[in-house]
Every structure is written in C-alpha cells, then in structure tokens.
Write a protein that binds this ligand. Structure first.
Ligand SMILES: Nc1ncnc2c1ncn2[C@@H]1O[C@H](COP(=O)(O)OP(=O)(O)O)[C@@H](O)[C@H]1O
Ligand SMILES: [Mg+2]
Length: 288
C-alpha cells in the first residue's frame, strides 16, 4: 500500500501533456466483460481530473458507461440514439459528469438496442457519428482534448461508426483463456476500416485488464500479447480490484470513489502513458 501511495503521489505531481488536437479514441473488443467500459470511464476520468476536457460517448445500449459516470439514462433521455438516427447535435445530448467538471458524457439508453439494425437503411450509415463529431468540434466541443467512445461487444454498425471517426483504437484485453481469440477478427476489421472508410485509424493502445500477476495463465497471456503487439501494449497493467468493480454502483469512477486504491492508481498511470504517447506521436508527425 505504501508503494501504491508513493506511486500515486508521483503521478499526481507529474505533468499530463494536453494534445494539440482532439484525440478520438474507440475502445473496443467484441468480447464482453473484458473491461472496455471500466477502461473508458476510468481513463477518461483520470485525464479529466488532470485538467483535460474529455467527452465519453456511450455507444453501448447497456449504458454502463453512463451509469459509471453518474449520468441519467432511462428510456427517453436524449442520447446517442437521437444523434445517430435523428441528427440531434451531440452538444444537445451531452451531460456534464457530476464529480469532475471537465468530463462530459453522451449517454446511451436502451433505445440504442435496435440501432445496429435501424442504421442499416440510413444514408451514409457508417458516417453518422463522424458527421456529428465534426460538427461538435467546430462548435461547442472545440476545446475537447479527448473523445473516448465506449463500444458494445460486437463489430456491428455502432462500432463501425466509432472506428470511422477515430484515429486511435484502444483494446482492453483480459488475461484469461481465449483472450487472443477474436483479436484477429478485430484487427481485420480495423484494417478494413483503414482501407475503405478511414485511412487515419490505427490500433494505438492495448491495456491488460483484471491482471493477476500471481497466476501463470495471466503472465503467459500477457507475454503472448506483448510478443504480438510490443509497441501497443502498455507496460502498466490494471489489477483486479474490488474498488474498481464497486465504483459503478455509486455512479462513480474509481478515480473519485477511491483515488488511493490500486485500481485508481493503475488507471492514472495508464492515462499518463496515453497522454505522453499521443504527444510523442504528434511531435513525430509534426517533424516528418
Ligand atoms: N480491474 C478490475 N477489477 C475488478 N473488476 C473489474 C475490473 N475491471 C472490470 N471489472 C468488472 O468486470 C466486469 C466487466 O467489465 P466491463 O468494463 O463492464 O467490461 P466490458 O465493457 O468489456 O463488457 C464489470 O462487472 C466490472 O466491474
Ligand atoms: Mg461495456
């Protein structure tokens, strides 16, 4: 615990560089329960708690990200559904997170459950979110540093809409059996999007979640992921932590629920890595 606290203090004192342009990050993995939502909301909260302006877009009909950020999302609440299907501007449906003043959320309601099918017959069906985000960034959202999109556990039109507007894909991987199964399909989808819909996209980050260093299996999976994706996989892993799983039932992220817990400190470290990597990339891009 002393070590965790020391690490937290170092991170609290560290600089979290803000990006020169809004970074749009899709958080995806077609497997359920691997930590997509937990990673989306906690990385967002960590970045926002260090001064960044962050918008989380909840693109999963379950609405778990909305819950974790303390945002009402009962049926009928203006939500991402209205943006995708009825051209409602994002700025009209975004709500400010009660705990962190630079954090916003576009909620998802159960209405979104039909959207993957309803979108099929809509014009420019893969570009609905792209259009909405571009409009947002020209207006009320011009000072956003990050837009983080929490995807459902599928590679349907909702996930495709997220990928079309993102430059970065972040993949949470739970270190258990079958962790890599499905990853090939996911990478193929990103490649397909890159080729046909959005040349700017790339897998930027892989986060190992619910990691238990005491088990051989977790260590083996982690090492296999690092072998395949040495550049993308973050050194910092997220440990299994009761505080992380408790936080959503209080409508909070672990960053405000228990900032001193191992889970919160791990997510703060992940957020710092993400902030720094993005900056390194932006600088490299500027030089070339
Ligand atoms: N680091 C963690 N420690 C403990 N429980 C976790 C952790 N990360 C996620 N969980 C729990 O695992 C479940 C699945 O996580 P979630 O983020 O909802 O996954 P996904 O969005 O990929 O379906 C949730 O109940 C969540 O609270
Ligand atoms: Mg989820």
């Amino acid at each position: 615990m002393i070590e965790t606290e020391r690490k937290r203090q170092t991170l609290e004192a560290a600089d979290f560089p803000r990006p020169p342009h809004t970074r749009i990050i899709t958080v995806t993995n077609q497997k359920g329960g691997v930590g997509k939502t937990t990673t989306s909301v906690n990385v967002a909260a960590a970045l926002a708690s260090r001064g960044a302006n962050v918008l989380v877009i909840d693109a999963d009909p379950q609405g778990n990200a909305s819950t974790a950020l303390g945002i009402p999302h009962h049926a009928g609440t203006p939500s991402i559904y209205d943006v995708l299907l009825d051209d409602e501007p994002l700025s009209k449906v975004a709500q400010r997170c009660p705990d962190i003043k630079t954090l916003w959320c576009v909620p998802a309601t159960i209405d979104l459950a039909g959207a993957d099918i309803e979108l099929v017959s809509v014009v420019r069906r893969e570009f609905r979110l792209d259009t909405a985000i571009k409009e947002l960034l020209e207006g009320a959202g011009r000072n956003l540093d990050y837009i983080i999109i929490d995807c459902p556990p599928s590679l349907g039109l909702l996930t495709l809409n997220a990928m079309v507007v993102s430059t970065e894909v972040m993949i949470p991987i739970q270190c258990e059996y079958y962790a890599l199964e499905g990853l090939t399909q996911l990478i193929k989808t990103v490649e397909m999007v890159k080729k046909h819909l959005n040349p700017g996209i790339h897998v930027s980050t892989i986060v190992l979640t619910m990691y238990d260093a005491r088990t051989n299996l977790a260590r083996e999976v982690a090492s296999e992921v690092r072998t395949h994706f040495p550049e993308q996989t973050l050194e910092q892993t997220i440990p299994r932590s009761v505080r992380v799983s408790e936080a959503p039932s209080f409508g909070q992220t672990v960053m405000t629920y228990d900032a001193h817990s191992t889970g919160a400190v791990a997510y703060l470290a992940v957020a710092k890595d993400i902030a720094e990597r993005g900056l390194a990339k932006a600088t490299q891009g500027g030089q070339s």
